[in-house]
Design a protein around this ligand. Structure first.
Ligand SMILES: Cc1cc2nc3c(=O)[nH]c(=O)nc-3n(C[C@H](O)[C@H](O)[C@H](O)COP(=O)(O)OP(=O)(O)OC[C@H]3O[C@@H](n4cnc5c(N)ncnc54)[C@H](O)[C@@H]3O)c2cc1C
Length: 235
């Protein structure tokens, strides 16, 4: 029983992955198992499609479990109680994925803003000639480059079999905050045009806001990074 809120494309899904406490006597992560279950299993229903700030191409709604019964054959993996470990493995990869998306969006925004700064003339000269506009472009470029290097490094280390729990959180935290700052500066460089839907920058500004929230908020990434650091230091 319960409701999982805000599931992307739930209305299109024929299967759900879900975590459920299978051992009520074992507190914490160890009593949780992972399942893959059909979306039409008895007791599973969907809430209404939510109206969102951005990312209008992806729809979200609640998935509601009301005395839902899931057959034991839907258990993911061979053992009960491994659900949290499974979730962590997926999240580590997911965080690197979101970080890479943030870098991609930032690079697109920087390209658009740089072109606009070179083309847009005010009082006889391109706005890109002004050092204050160049400073905004330079900040964007520097931060996006730093995030790209972080994502490449953490991904390579993960591919080599290293545990990158801390690094994937560092990437998600920095890259998602970075693309928010870049989108904000891109709107500023476009001036009034940055606030108008026709130019596209306004849409990115709204779309990137969610990156700081899903797959673990920035505060959750800070907690993971800090906790891992303190734990490793005391081992
Ligand atoms: C568009 C969209 C798509 C989504 N898609 C999916 C999906 O496909 N699958 C899925 O499972 N989920 C999905 N989500 C859910 C999303 O992952 C959660 O909304 C997100 O993790 C935050 O959880 P919450 O909304 O419960 O916020 P809360 O946990 O209530 O957090 C609210 C605030 O409190 C802070 N906070 C909470 N706990 C702590 C703490 N311990 N220490 C410090 N600060 C804390 C948070 O950082 C945040 O600032 C989606 C959400 C949205 C909006």
């Amino acid at each position: 029983n319960g409701t999982k809120r805000y599931i992307t494309n739930a209305a299109k899904a024929s299967m759900f992955t879900l975590m459920a406490r299978t051992d009520p006597d074992t507190p914490g992560a160890k009593g949780v198992s992972a399942f893959v279950c059909p979306a039409d299993a008895p007791g599973i229903s969907l809430g209404k499609s939510e109206k969102k700030m951005g990312q209008q191409g992806a729809h979200i709604c609640d998935v509601i479990f009301d005395n839902a019964r899931i057959p034991a054959t839907c258990l993911l993996g061979e053992e009960e109680g491994k659900g949290f470990v499974t979730a962590m493995q997926v999240l580590e990869r997911g965080r690197l994925h979101i970080s890479a998306v943030c870098v991609g969006v930032a690079e697109r925004l920087i390209e658009d803003a740089t072109k606009y700064a070179a083309e847009r003339k005010q009082f006889g000269q391109p706005i890109g000639n002004h050092q204050l506009v160049q400073a905004m472009l330079a900040d964007c470029k520097t931060e996006a480059y730093a995030a790209r290097c972080m994502v490449m490094d953490a991904s390579k280390r993960r591919d080599a079999g290293e545990d990158v729990g801390t690094e994937s959180s560092c990437c998600k935290y920095f890259a998602s905050e970075m693309v928010g700052r870049v989108a904000d500066k891109a709107v500023q460089i476009f001036g009034g045009a940055g606030y108008v839907a026709d130019y596209g920058v306004e849409r990115f500004y709204r779309d990137v806001r969610i990156f700081r929230i899903y797959e673990g908020t920035s505060q959750i990434q800070q907690m993971i990074i800090g906790r891992n650091m303190v734990r490793e230091a005391s081992e």
